[in-house]
Design a protein around this ligand. Structure first.
Ligand SMILES: NC(=O)c1ccc[n+]([C@@H]2O[C@H](COP(=O)([O-])OP(=O)(O)OC[C@H]3O[C@@H](n4cnc5c(N)ncnc54)[C@H](O)[C@@H]3O)[C@@H](O)[C@H]2O)c1
Length: 247
């Protein structure tokens, strides 16, 4: 069945798009009619070639300002200024305090959070000119868990929520929305080594008792990047199979 063409004419940029959630998002946006720039540390040529709409593969490190200057240059030259930016690239190594030196702390913050700031500096001006734009940044429901060794990651993903709210306040009058997605533990290459027992203990806390698939996270992102979500901004949409309880 052909997907509804909700994103025809849009230019979307997805980071960490070579695999996992990022690839699912890039695929879904392309199926909905967007032209997509896929960014990853190594150029995701094969992934871009397999998409059903025009796509561009870019190699860049999203943790640096220079990386974003390169992304901006490439995407403008090949596709144009992005209407949609999905800040998905992330790392989540488990590192206990004793091993967490400053370089490791900074790196986690840089990939998961600094990237969100750099992307806004690079692409808000173009969105303002068009008076239309969408940012979706990926947080994590691990921010509410008792898992050890993830303090650096939780700090970054909490930071994503604060940044989303703050940026939304500055660009709301320009037709630009900024939101976060808060996924559950999801079946991606990044979580392939998580022990089965731990995965199961997580599902037991969800209303929907199965492992989240990347497409489960991509769906809400498609909504937030559509015209339908024009009045939704500064929000964190929890996509965790019903683990989070409103109370
Ligand atoms: N998988 C989960 O359980 C889960 C849960 C909650 C949130 N998240 C978040 O979702 C996002 C995607 O997670 P995933 O599980 O699909 O990850 P993954 O490890 O499977 O894939 C991440 C991709 O990002 C790329 N990447 C890493 N650092 C980069 C950098 N500096 N510059 C450019 N690209 C870089 C990697 O090369 C990889 O292709 C991350 O932000 C993660 O924190 C994941």
């Amino acid at each position: 069945m052909k997907e509804p063409q909700t994103h025809t004419g849009r230019i979307a940029l997805v980071t960490g798009a070579a695999r996992g959630i990022g690839y699912a998002v890039a695929t879904k946006l392309a199926q909905r009619g967007a032209r997509v720039a896929l960014v990853d540390l190594e150029r995701p040529d094969a992934q871009a070639a397999g998409l059903p709409a025009q796509a561009l593969a870019i190699a860049a490190d999203v943790s640096s300002e220079a990386g974003w200057a390169h992304i901006g240059e490439r995407v403008r030259a090949q596709l144009g200024d992005p209407d949609i930016v999905v800040n998905n690239a992330g790392i989540y190594p488990q590192i206990m305090l004793e091993e967490l030196d400053y370089a490791k702390w900074r790196h986690t913050l840089a990939v998961n959070l600094d990237s969100n700031y750099f992307s806004a500096r690079e692409f808000v001006p173009g969105m303002r000119k068009k008076r239309w734009g969408r940012f979706v940044n990926i947080s994590s429901n691990s921010i509410g868990t008792n898992l050890p060794g993830l303090g650096h990651y939780m700090a970054a993903k909490m930071g994503v929520l604060g940044w989303v709210r703050g940026l939304a306040n500055e660009v709301g009058q320009d037709g630009i929305t900024v939101n976060a997605i808060v996924p559950a533990l999801t079946n991606t290459p990044g979580t392939s080594k998580v022990p089965e027992e731990l995965k199961r203990s997580v599902w037991q806390l969800q209303a929907i008792k199965r492992f989240a698939e990347p497409e489960d996270i991509a769906g809400p992102i498609v909504f937030l990047t559509s015209d339908d979500a024009a009045f939704v901004t500064g929000q964190a949409l929890v996509a965790d199979g019903g683990m989070y309880k409103i109370s």
